[in-house]
Design a protein around this ligand. Structure first.
Ligand code: MG
Length: 265
């Protein structure tokens, strides 16, 4: 007993010594000097008025789909033509026969918000169940670029680097945050475009952060190159690029998109 009491006293003494050391040296030192030396007053951040909810576009966003028309989108196979996916009741529904569509504008780094819905009557399995995709930067026709996968994985398994929230065949999502078919889902994406040297070699790779239905699924992931269905990804030099939505060739019911906005960074 006596021994234990002595041990406790020693522990208390040690803690008291430690506390007094912290307060007498480091803490006091932090209080000395001029606080103004570490205060910064410029550049002043611009005022941005947030939307009503965090899904609504803030005041400085470019609206890529306003619920009414596809004026900001063209067909990937003929970029002189306005996109021909279906617009009704404030939403876009993929028209597989038209092929991919892409933004008229090109972007480098950005913050993107996009919502998508798997139809409640979806059929199919694996990659053939509500497959689409958001190509975060994509030149030309076809599926070139960097694909953030869109797929129904609420109750549908596939290879994990090909499920919703993956960077297709490069990055497994950190969580399966899928909602049921029929419910609207969202991606919030922070994209840092790759940079290239004048000779076309890679200067700095693309990076992406993705929040899927409020859940972080890609955390500043460094991409290995453009998405490939077969083989290892690699980079090909490009500059500012459109964002492309995928009309996937599977036979399942087409999915829908709405509320798409972007803030170039
Ligand atoms: Mg896809």
């Amino acid at each position: 007993m006596l021994f234990l009491a002595r041990k406790q006293m020693l522990i208390r003494f040690s803690i008291a010594t430690l506390v007094s050391f912290v307060f007498s040296t480091q803490f006091v030192n932090a209080q000395q000097g001029d606080p103004a030396l570490t205060e910064v007053y410029s550049p002043v951040p611009p005022v941005v008025t947030p939307g009503k909810t965090n899904s609504d576009a803030p005041s400085d966003a470019i609206i890529l789909f306003n619920g009414k028309n596809l004026d900001e989108w063209v067909l990937s196979k003929d970029t002189t033509k306005t996109a021909t996916w279906k617009v009704a009741d404030g939403i876009i529904t993929v028209d597989k026969a038209s092929g991919n569509i892409q933004t008229k504008k090109s972007f480098m780094d950005y913050q993107l918000h996009i919502e998508w819905r798997i139809p409640s009557n979806i059929t199919g399995s694996g990659q053939a169940r509500g497959n689409s995709g958001v190509f975060l930067a994509s030149e030309g026709n076809g599926d070139g670029g960097y694909e953030l996968q869109v797929l129904d994985n609420y109750n549908n398994s596939t290879y994990v680097n090909g499920q919703a929230g993956s960077i297709y065949k490069q990055a497994i999502p950190l969580a399966n945050a899928n909602k049921k078919p029929g419910e609207w889902q969202s991606y919030d994406v922070i994209w840092t475009a790759p940079r290239f040297n004048d000779d076309g070699s890679l200067k700095s790779p693309a990076r992406v952060t993705v929040i899927f239905n409020g859940v972080l699924v890609q955390n500043n992931f460094e991409l290995k190159g453009q998405t490939l269905y077969i083989g290892q990804p690699f980079y090909k030099a490009h500059g500012a690029s459109p964002i492309k939505l995928q009309a996937h060739g599977d036979k399942s019911e087409p999915i829908s998109y709405r509320n798409i906005w972007i803030r170039p960074l």
